[in-house]
Design a protein around this ligand. Structure first.
Ligand code: UDP
Ligand code: MG
Length: 342
């Protein structure tokens, strides 16, 4: 367990907890998830608590199951997005609509055990603003574990912000942290990094990460690559600085070798043989140039996305109890279209 700063005792004991769950084609997990999350909420004093599901454009029966759950339990609200916007956008939609004093982000596939939440709350009551889970063990395939391990370490070494190792989005945030994260207008969101950036008192809790309950991972290679690049490029300018360094090295190389060639020709009286060396140098240097052009392109692409400032998500409808002033968009409440009052 990592303590970043000493705790303060939180005065407020009447806690209202929000649990936010992004859902993308999780029909097989939802019944078990609902049962376990509701059982956990039943045991937490205070309230009223809420469970906010964000249906991220599911094409299976997830929305149907969630709507039925909503009918039977007033604590449940479902925000349905107009299409699949991705995990981080779905989490952002949830953060824009939660109302609790503390908010827990939880994956739907039960890889984040809901029972851990009571442990998070203990730390919250001690005065921590962020309580996040680090993966004590992972049950993914060995190559995915190696990739995650390399990625987190690379990212931590590149980043100026302290980014915790092996931490996902699973964790608890106090209301003031949620408000700070919401103030960040970034399009390419890497929430666990933004949460870290906010600061205050943060603590890591090691949690066993079981295998997904059922169904397939919704993070294919492309989504995983996007998340990884967001995690690196949103928190570091070091790749750009590396380009400057490599450029300086190449200039050094480019001046010494021609100097040697002139010296060899006029002083040693021999023309250096070097077609192979030339081909090698050309391909190497062009490779380096193109590589760094790609890196510059990553930043330029991100600037372009930020300038466009499109909304992170579009809401189709909301089923449940959210009041209009909690929403930034127009939406339907129980089938009626409502206009938000700002
Ligand atoms: N998810 C989502 N939109 C997406 C992909 C995933 O809302 O486009 C949700 C998914 O339903 C799950 C969570 O994000 O609740 C994490 O996804 P997953 O478990 O597939 O990722 P993994 O654990 O394999 O990295
Ligand atoms: Mg998962």
């Amino acid at each position: 367990m990592v303590h970043i700063q000493g705790p303060i005792q939180r005065v407020n004991s009447e806690l209202r907890l929000s649990i936010a769950v992004p859902v993308y084609n999780e029909e097989s997990v939802l019944p078990e998830l609902l049962a376990r999350v509701c059982a956990v909420l039943d045991r937490i004093p205070g309230g009223p608590h809420e469970i906010l599901f964000v249906n991220d454009g599911s094409s299976d029966r997830s929305m149907h199951i969630l709507e039925r759950a909503c009918d039977g339990d007033s604590r449940i609200t479902v925000i349905s997005l107009s299409r699949n916007f991705g995990h981080q956008a779905a989490l952002s939609a949830a953060l824009d609509h939660v109302s609790g004093d503390a908010v827990v982000l939880l994956d739907a596939d039960l890889q984040d055990p809901p029972e851990t939440i009571s442990n998070f709350i203990d730390f919250f009551k001690e005065g921590y603003d962020v309580v996040y889970a680090t993966r004590a063990t992972r049950k993914e395939s060995w190559w995915l574990r190696v990739c995650y391990g390399v990625f987190y370490r690379l990212q931590a070494s590149l980043s100026a912000t302290h980014l915790p190792l092996d931490a996902g989005d699973f964790g608890l945030m106090s209301r003031r942290v949620v408000e700070e994260v919401r103030r960040m207008p970034e399009q390419h969101r890497y929430l666990r990094g933004l949460r870290s950036w906010v600061g205050f008192r943060q603590v890591a809790v090691p949690v066993e990460r079981p295998q997904r309950h059922s169904g397939q991972s919704k993070y294919g290679f492309i989504k995983l690559r996007k998340l990884a690049t967001d995690g690196i490029f949103a928190f570091s300018l070091l790749p750009l600085r590396a380009a400057t360094l490599m450029g300086a090295l190449a200039v050094g190389l480019a001046t010494t070798y021609p100097d040697y060639s002139v010296y060899a020709k006029f002083v040693l009286n021999r023309v250096p043989q070097g077609f192979t060396a030339l081909v090698f140098m050309l391909t190497f240097l062009f490779g380096v140039v193109l590589f760094f052009l790609g890196i510059v392109g990553e930043y330029v692409g991100r600037i372009y996305e930020e300038i466009k400032s499109r909304p992170l998500y579009v809401i189709d409808r909301i089923v449940g109890r959210i009041s209009p002033d909690q929403s930034n968009t127009s939406y339907e409440v129980d089938g009626r279209r409502a206009t938000p009052q700002k």
